[in-house]
Design a protein. Structure first.
Length: 427
């Protein structure tokens, strides 16, 4: 076939390796910008803003997740690594989506199932590129696949077990509107049958809307008939599993992530010891409400992954102490009004940064919240130096930006690493 690898980052490299194993494939790498990754020697390339629109002569176009299907013009088939994996995978797939908590929930599930002795593959946004390990997956294995809206955009098969966590405004810098974003998310359940299972957040209207349209067997969480928290412990129905103190990461939202995971694994195991082990051994993912250091009586936390207001709200609710929050960055089409309302009712001061600083400040002003300042032309060392002066012993400094990182940093990981470095250099 004549194959176009559309988008050449980490997944694009994986796509190339996979399709290059067939010597009959004639492969061209296509991107709308100069790729960060090295192009293999001798492979033709098409680079330019309009390059994805010039693929009419290709039989197959493998798009990278953030390249919207609508950007691609071809007479051939538009496909993706997720579609290819789902169509060829011999094992059961547990798919996890939502606006936040996907990686944590997927990690809980993988940890619990591994504690039972099962072979588990953790894939998607959080793990190895799926096509790199497809030929290693056996029928009795279990795949846990973290799925973004970009991966679900044009999916043609749903996982056996689908999990829909809390959904809110996200990626509106890429999706046309909230309807398109939720529609993409809903594809995780679109092709499920009554023999499949959908686990969904009962407290989120978007997740409920997806469940209402699903043919699958449905389990809402939290629910007293299945996974829930009662009197400081996790339960499944009336069966007590373990204390919530076994959870090593902060926040009620992570208790709910654990409930979703318990519902998922209950289909495979009801072993309290395995569930407790999977929950208690997970220390959290990098840049997700991660403790960095205590200095001068102040605790510093890196929550750089919080690129939407809802994630920042969840972080804010995780602490009773006085807080200094670092908020702002580049736009994702977010509405900051709910964050402003939560801050008005919390013991918090804010340092605003980046292109979204003025928009966030406007939302804060509407709510009458005045405990904020804007840092112009910030560097991370400048930001950390300022919050050090604002913080008092017994308080928490929280990098939970509620915005993307671009313009000031390479990505959320770079933002978090720079924060960690600056905090560790305080003396």
């Amino acid at each position: 076939m004549k194959v176009a690898i559309a988008g050449y980052g980490v997944e694009g490299e994986s796509n190339y390796r996979y399709y290059a194993t067939d010597s009959n494939n004639d492969i061209t790498i296509v991107d709308h910008r100069e790729p960060d990754c090295k192009i293999p020697d001798g492979v033709p390339i098409m680079i330019g803003d309009d390059a994805p629109e010039k693929l009419q002569d290709f039989d197959l176009v493998i798009r990278t997740p953030k390249m919207a299907p609508g950007m691609i013009k071809t007479n051939g088939k538009i496909w993706s690594a997720t579609n290819e994996f789902f169509s060829k995978c011999p094992a059961k797939i547990i798919g996890v989506t939502g606006s936040k908590g996907k990686g944590t929930t997927a990690s809980f599930i993988a940890g619990i199932l591994e504690a039972t002795g099962k072979k588990v593959w953790l894939l998607g946004n959080i793990g190895k590129p799926a096509l790199d390990i497809l030929d290693q997956v056996k029928a009795n294995d279990i795949v846990v696949y973290e799925l973004s809206s970009f991966q679900l955009w044009d999916i043609e098969k749903s996982p056996t077990i689908a999990i829909v966590l809390y959904i809110e405004q996200e990626h509106l810098d890429v999706h046309a509107d909230m309807n398109e974003y939720v529609t993409a998310k809903s594809n995780i359940a679109k092709y499920q049958s009554p023999d499949d299972t959908l686990i969904y957040s009962k407290d989120n209207r978007y997740a409920v809307e997806i469940a209402d349209k699903s043919a699958a067997h449905k389990i809402g969480y939290p629910d007293t008939a299945s996974a829930h928290v009662s009197n400081g412990s996790f339960y499944y129905g009336e069966q007590k599993i373990c204390s919530i103190s076994q959870l090593r990461i902060l926040g009620r939202f992570n208790q709910m992530n654990a409930c979703a995971a318990i519902d998922a694994v209950w289909l495979f195991t009801q072993d309290n010891n395995a569930i407790t082990a999977g929950i208690s051994q997970f220390k959290g993912l990098p840049h997700r409400l991660q403790f960095v250091r205590e200095f001068e009586g102040v605790s510093y936390y890196d929550d750089s992954i919080a690129t939407i207001p809802g994630a920042a709200i969840a972080a804010l609710k995780s602490f009773d102490e006085p807080k200094i929050m670092i908020i702002g960055g580049s736009p994702k089409g977010s509405d900051f009004s709910n964050l402003a309302k939560e801050m008005k009712n919390s013991n918090v001061r804010a340092v605003l940064i980046g292109d979204e600083a003025d928009k966030i400040a406007e939302s804060l002003d509407i709510e009458g919240f005045k405990e904020y300042e804007i840092i112009d032309n910030p560097t991370m060392s400048k930001i950390v130096a300022r919050v050090r002066l604002l913080a008092v012993p017994g308080s928490v400094v929280l990098l939970s930006p509620a915005a993307a990182s671009f313009g000031l940093f390479k990505n959320y990981a770079d933002r978090g690493e720079q924060f960690i470095d600056a905090v560790n250099k305080l003396n």
